[in-house]
Write a protein that binds this ligand. Sequence first.
Ligand code: GLA
Length: 417
Amino acid sequence: MYGTWGVFLGGILLLQVLQLSMGLDNGLALKPPMGWMSWERFRCITDCKLYPDECISEKLFQRHADLLVSEGYADAGYEYVIIDDCWLEKNRDNDTQKLVPDRKRFPNGLNALSDHIHNQGLKFGLYQDYGTNTCAGYPGVIKHMKLDAQTFADWDVDYVKLDGCYANISDMATGYPEFGRLLNETGRPMVYSCSWPAYQEDAGEMPDYESLKQHCNLWRNWDDIDDSLESLMQIMDYFAKNQDRIQPHGGPGHWNDPDMLLLGNYGLSYDQSKLQMAIWSIMAAPLIMSNDLAAVRPEIKDILQNRAVIAVDQDELGIQGRRVLSRNQIEVWKRPITPVTKNGHHSYAVAFVSRRDDGAPYRIPFTGKELGLMNPKGYSVQDLFDASNKLGVFQSNSQFITRVNPNGVTFYKFTAL
Ligand code: GLA
C-alpha cells in the first residue's frame, strides 16, 4: 500500500519538477498569433464625444470583432482581438484593489466584451504593464500581480500583452517569469506576450533569449512601429543586423515580434503594404493588424488576406527567415519552409525587396548559388502575390530574374522537387 502511494507521490513530484523546469509550457502559439490590436491606429483616443468610432471603448472592439468575421479576416486566420493601452480607470477599486475598466467607455464591463468576442468564435487579448503604470499612465500590475492574473482569468482573457514602462529593467528578468507563472496558476491558458527585451535593448542590455523562450510565447524585441515606410525599414534593418542573435530563438510557442501590421492605414503605399506583409511572413512574425477594418481598401484587404502569404507566415516548421543578400539596393530575404524533400532539401519563401526609389522597376538576375537554392532536382516557382504569373521550374544552375518596383517587393515560393 505504502509502496503504491510512494510511487504515486513520486510521480506527482516528478511532474511538478518537470513543469517547473519547462517554464511556460502552455502549449499555445504553436504558430505566430494572428489578430487585431488597437494601439498603432487608435493609440490613446479617449474622447468618445469627439471621436465616437475611434475612441478606446467596448464599441471599438465589438465593431472590430464583428468586422473580422464579416470581412473574411477570421476565415483567413486572424483570431485575437486585443485591447491595448488606455482601457482602465485611473484608480483601482478602493475595496477590492481590482483593476477597473473605464466606466464610461466600457459600461458593460470586460466579461460582456469578452463574451461578444468569444461568441464570434474569436479570442480576447488585453494589455497591461509590469511597472507601476502603463506607458499611457494607467495603473500597472507590479504590486498586484496575483490579483491581476486572476482577474484576467475571470474576464476570460486568452492573450496578455505585458508592457514594461515605469518598471526597473533589472527586475524584469525575474518579474516577467513570475507574472507568467501566476497566469499559468489560474489554470486558464493565456498567450503571454512580453515587452521585456525591448526595454533591455533600449537600455543597452543583452536580452536572455533562452529565458524568454522558456517564459513567453512572444516578445517585442525593439521599438514601436509607426505609420511610415521609414519606421518599417528601421525595424527590418534592426532585425537583419541582429539576426545572428535573434533569429535562432523564434519557433513554435516562442516568437520574435517586430510589432503590428500597418496595412490599411495612412502611411504605406500599395507596394509598401505588400512589402510589410512579405517580410513579416519571412520573419515568422505575429500578424497583428492595427487599422480601421471598416476603412481598409479592397486591394489592401486582398494583401492582408492573401492565403499563400499567410501560409508562409504560419509554416509549420516555424523557422524564422533572414536577410541573406543585398546587391544594388535589392535585398534578398529567405525562409526555409515545407515541404522538405526525402533528401532533406527545404522549400523556400524568397522575397526581393527594393530599397531603391529611382523611378522604374529594377530588373535583377541572381544565380541559384547566390540564392542558396541548390536542390539538384530544382524547384517549382510560385509568385505569391500573382498566381497568374506562371514561372515553371527553376534549376539551380540557371538564373532567376526578378523585377522589383521602387520600395516594393516580389515574393516567391520555391517548392523543392
Ligand atoms: C508601448 C508599447 C506599444 C503600446 C504603448 C501603449 O509604447 O510598445 O506597443 O502598447 O506602449 O501605451
